[in-house]
Write a new protein. Structure first.
Length: 684
């Protein structure tokens, strides 16, 4: 018997609601992950539901892993074996690996990233008759991505409202979209947007597959449901074809990803889409103090497009949220950094502090002050581990080992490290391939393997390359991932190649080689969770499907080091995180709410962004606004955000820091002298 006594009353009600549609409205910091994992344990242990019939879907690998770890912690791996806890994209890839042949693809398809996609679009533009007009391939790729995420195929595009026949760009996009999809199909590849798009197409064109997967997953849970888009919603409804056991967890007040296609109406209209749904509200916040939650409630109540709920906290505090009026952008940064320096001098941990901004354009001023004052900080949203050149090189090798028809990856690695196989050599093979019809055309790799003599002087290098790929394929089939990667790196002398590339910067070369070692270590850890037969394919997919919100999973950085730096991030990046002390910068008109949102009458999501920012703070919240802000080099007058107007008295305390608040004129002058003296010391 698994006991639910560790849950509060609403959490227990949610955990016990198993049959039929269930909507769990989980306010910020209300213990939703605990509730969901207890619900799964209750289903398996108390109700005897087979784990293989349970599907839990999150948005990030990190969230899916946390849910899995917690479930295993409650039940042990043996009792929970067979349960599927994954992300939307990983689930969709799993479905496509089994059924994509229904759409005319082979099951060993590759997944192309943005750089691969841009390479094909560049090729399409070269073939387009109006190439001289200089179309931007990134704009074209963005529109194709938008169309796919709205379920619109290349053939459907001209018939939709998104197509303007008088727009030169739409005409060229129509051509490029068709060319792009034809090339992907030829390479037996899909892009990241295709993962959901093709899964939906699979279910639309083959309804019997809805029934099959719905019978397989009889109990479905969707986390962060407020962030689902149209395609994800269609997948969810397809999976409930043969039953109505759908439980969604989310908070419409934290729906902040409309720019990614998230549709808050999915959660707002859940009861209409699934009649008879049971609704459970988790309203007790375990993260923040009562004054912070009171302010958050007052702000979000201004939004009329929401589910009614009232978050509360039983953690009392005498610390009321503050609003600091600043003189200008530089003054805002100076005061905040000085406060952080003081916090550190008093023995405080920098890791307890977050600086939240609405837009990355606010970052330079605060970053400059942090650097000049020698305050360690991290800016979330840096380059992803798998986006680094060295990782992409090795990943391309692995992709070609899996699928020699992956021409984009093949072209990337042909001359990495340098083998003397350049564009002239490639052109010879390209001319050979053009002698075939599209139906009979072999792959580039096949042409190289069968006709290496076409390379003339480079014949030897072509033979060595194709031989290496074939040798590696056999080696990976018979050995571990770690052994295979070590053999790959050694066979191509990749570490020596790195040394040559960065011979003028040995420190950077060491960093690059450490990244390679980290990839090998990651492969070794990954091997523990998969069979030898599927290890390579699963590992490559794991890297390709790493979510944009995930942090590098294999980072072995010391926890104490992480704690000793301030975290700077946008409001969008802050969701799901919490900090003892939060500085929320720029709570002013045309910043929060953003100018574009005001112009487009879309401030509902801006309100939700403010709410998310406020509820990141556990103990202390300090908001700021500037009386003037430097925008494109000019100081523009600014005003307090409308979100802070007409709130209940005592919601926050406003202090005018342009006169340094409570300080006397003499104290203020000394304060400024000390501050600028510290800055000059930092510059020296």
């Amino acid at each position: 018997m698994f006991f639910l006594s560790g849950l509060n009353s609403p959490q227990r009600t949610a955990a016990e609601a198993v049959e039929g549609p269930v909507l769990i409205l989980a306010g910020a910091g209300s213990g939703k992950t605990r509730t969901v994992t207890y619900r799964i344990a209750h289903m398996i242990s108390n109700l005897g539901i087979p784990p293989k019939e349970i599907l839990g879907v999150s948005f990030t690998n990190k969230a899916a892993k946390e849910m899995k770890d917690r479930v295993f912690g409650l039940l042990t791996k043996r009792r929970a074996r067979g349960i599927t806890l994954t992300t939307f994209h990983s689930l969709a890839v799993k479905i496509l690996r089994q059924k994509i042949d229904y759409l005319g693809y082979l099951k060993n398809f590759s997944i192309y990233d943005t750089n691969d996609a841009l390479a094909i679009i560049r090729e399409a533009l070269k073939n387009y008759r109006s190439d001289k007009e200089g179309y931007d391939k990134k704009i074209i790729h963005s529109k194709i991505s938008f169309l796919k995420n709205n379920g619109i195929s290349a053939k459907e595009f001209p018939e939709t409202a998104h197509f303007d026949p008088d727009s030169p760009y739409d005409i060229v996009i129509e051509y490029c979209y068709n060319y792009y999809q034809d090339k992907l199909k030829f390479y037996n590849a899909i892009d990241f947007d295709d993962i959901l798009f093709l899964t939906v197409r699979l279910f639309r064109e083959h309804p019997e597959l809805k029934e099959e997967f719905s019978e397989k997953y009889k109990y479905i849970m969707i986390d962060e449901y407020q962030d689902t888009n149209a395609l994800q919603f269609e997948i969810v409804t397809a999976l409930t074809k043969s039953h109505n056991n759908i439980c969604v967890v989310g908070d419409d007040d934290q729906s902040i990803y409309a720019f990614r296609g998230a549709d808050v109406r999915n959660i707002l209209n859940f009861e209409k889409q699934f009649p008879g749904a049971k609704v459970v509200k988790l309203e007790q916040n375990y993260r923040s103090t009562a004054p912070i939650i009171s302010l958050a409630n007052s702000v979000i109540s201004k939004n009329t497009e929401r589910k009614e709920k009232n978050l509360f906290s039983e953690t009392p505090s005498s610390i009321t949220p503050l609003l600091w009026a600043m003189g200008n952008t530089d003054h805002e940064s100076e005061i905040i950094v000085e406060e952080i320096v003081q916090h550190q001098s008093n023995g405080g941990h920098l890791g307890d502090i977050a600086i939240l901004i609405r837009s990355k354009t606010q970052a330079p001023a605060i970053e400059e002050q942090l650097r000049m004052s020698d305050v360690p900080y991290s800016f979330l949203g840096g380059q992803k581990f798998y986006d680094k050149k060295e990782i992409k090189d090795l990943l391309a090798y692995l992709s070609v080992v899996l699928n020699t028809g992956d021409e984009i990856s093949l072209r990337r690695i042909l001359n990495v490290p340098n083998r003397g196989i350049g564009n002239r050599t490639l052109e010879k093979f390209q001319q050979h391939l053009e002698t075939y019809s599209n139906e009979d055309r072999p792959t580039l790799f096949s042409a190289m393997s069968s006709n290496p003599q076409l390379a003339d002087k480079q014949e030897k290098h072509i033979k060595e390359f194709t031989g290496l790929i074939i040798e590696l394929r056999t080696f990976f089939e018979e050995n571990s991932l770690k052994a295979g990667l070590l053999k790959l790196v050694d066979s191509i002398n990749y570490l020596k190649f790195i040394d040559k590339q960065y011979d003028d910067n040995l420190k950077l070369a060491d960093v690059k080689k450490n990244d390679v070692e980290a990839l090998i270590a990651s492969a070794e850890r990954f091997q523990q969770y998969v069979s030898q037969k599927t290890a390579l394919k699963s590992f490559v997919e794991k890297l390709m499907l790493q979510d944009s919100q995930d942090q590098k999973e294999d980072e072995d950085e010391d926890e104490d080091i992480r704690k000793n730096e301030v975290t700077l991030m946008t409001l969008h990046s802050s969701k799901g995180l919490e900090f003892e002390k939060v500085y929320l910068l720029g709570v002013e008109e045309e910043t929060l709410p953003h100018k574009k949102s005001i112009q487009e009458n879309g401030i509902s999501e801006e309100l939700r962004l403010a709410y998310v920012g406020i509820t990141r703070a556990k103990e202390q919240l300090i908001m700021t606004y500037c009386k003037e802000r430097k925008i494109y080099g000019k100081n523009i007058a600014r005003f307090k955000s409308r979100f802070l107007l007409d709130l209940p008295e005592g919601s926050f305390i406003e202090q005018d820091r342009t006169t340094f608040g409570h300080l006397t004129p003499e104290q203020a002058e000394n304060y400024k002298k000390d501050f600028f003296s510290n800055l000059m010391d930092g510059l020296e």
